[in-house]
Design a protein around this ligand. Structure first.
Ligand SMILES: NC(=O)c1ccc[n+]([C@@H]2O[C@H](COP(=O)([O-])OP(=O)(O)OC[C@H]3O[C@@H](n4cnc5c(N)ncnc54)[C@H](OP(=O)(O)O)[C@@H]3O)[C@@H](O)[C@H]2O)c1
Length: 207
């Protein structure tokens, strides 16, 4: 091989390093392509067709994207939303992701304001009255009190609004739906969290 290197104008070390870098780049691209194909195949293989997911905070951000993923895997989504008009708009958006020929609604919205314990109880009762299973309970909604407020804001239930919205109401909802989750097994409760909950972060130390 040393004879081959001699015929090239670039020094052997540069050639070897370039070859090595090209090899690494090629390997990386092949791994990414293979990984994407594998991921798609696994996604198809693990279809969740016929399952039902109850999602809080599905009208925006992380929750809305989660709803899209769920629907594309065949899951029916029930949005627990405080803004019904927004919830209906998201349901329409989700219906467009339904597989071709799929006629049944892939999403519906039931009113739920997490800053009110009565509203959470009403949501649970309304959902249970539909008779649907609950295979996934995605507790995702979250809010920050406005920065401009110097004082804490309290809900009519008497709790600080973020504590009630993000934590207490989700706890109540999970408790109210636990029998349904058990009856719908296999089922999962998934909570969207934040590093702010960790005492090891700067936010967590203050929060
Ligand atoms: N985005 C991030 O970088 C980040 C980082 C760490 C953790 N998280 C956590 O991830 C979750 C989602 O965050 P995101 O950024 O996607 O939030 P987002 O876009 O602000 O969406 C928040 C969702 O919660 C809903 N919500 C707020 N208050 C509610 C109430 N009283 N009753 C019912 N629904 C209510 C909102 O409904 P409306 O549409 O009606 O407002 C909206 O759908 C949150 O729990 C958040 O703490 C996010």
């Amino acid at each position: 091989s040393s004879g081959r290197w001699k015929n090239l104008s670039l020094p052997p070390l540069v050639m070897r390093v370039s070859g090595l870098l090209l090899g690494i780049a090629g390997g990386y691209i092949a791994w990414r392509v293979l990984n994407a194909k594998l991921f798609n195949a696994l996604g198809r293989a693990t279809s969740m067709s016929g399952k039902v997911a109850v999602v809080t905070g599905g009208t925006s951000g992380v929750g809305r994207e989660a709803c899209k993923r769920l629907v594309s895997r065949g899951v029916k989504v029930v949005l627990a939303a405080r803004d019904m008009a927004l919830g209906v708009a998201v349901c329409r958006e989700l219906q467009d992701l339904a597989p071709p020929g799929h006629k049944d609604p892939v999403a519906e919205v039931i009113h739920c304001d997490l800053s009110s314990l009565a509203s959470v109880s009403k949501f649970a009762a309304d959902f249970l009255a539909t008779g649907q299973p609950c295979n996934v309970l995605l507790l995702n909604a979250g809010m920050f009190p406005p920065n401009s407020q110097k004082k804490s804001i309290y809900t009519p239930d008497g709790f600080e609004v973020a504590f009630q919205t993000n934590h207490l109401s989700h706890h109540l909802l999970a408790r109210l739906l636990t029998p349904k989750l058990k009856a719908s097994a296999p089922a999962r409760v998934v909570t969207t969290s934040s590093s702010l909950h960790s005492p090891s972060t700067q936010g967590g130390r203050h929060g």
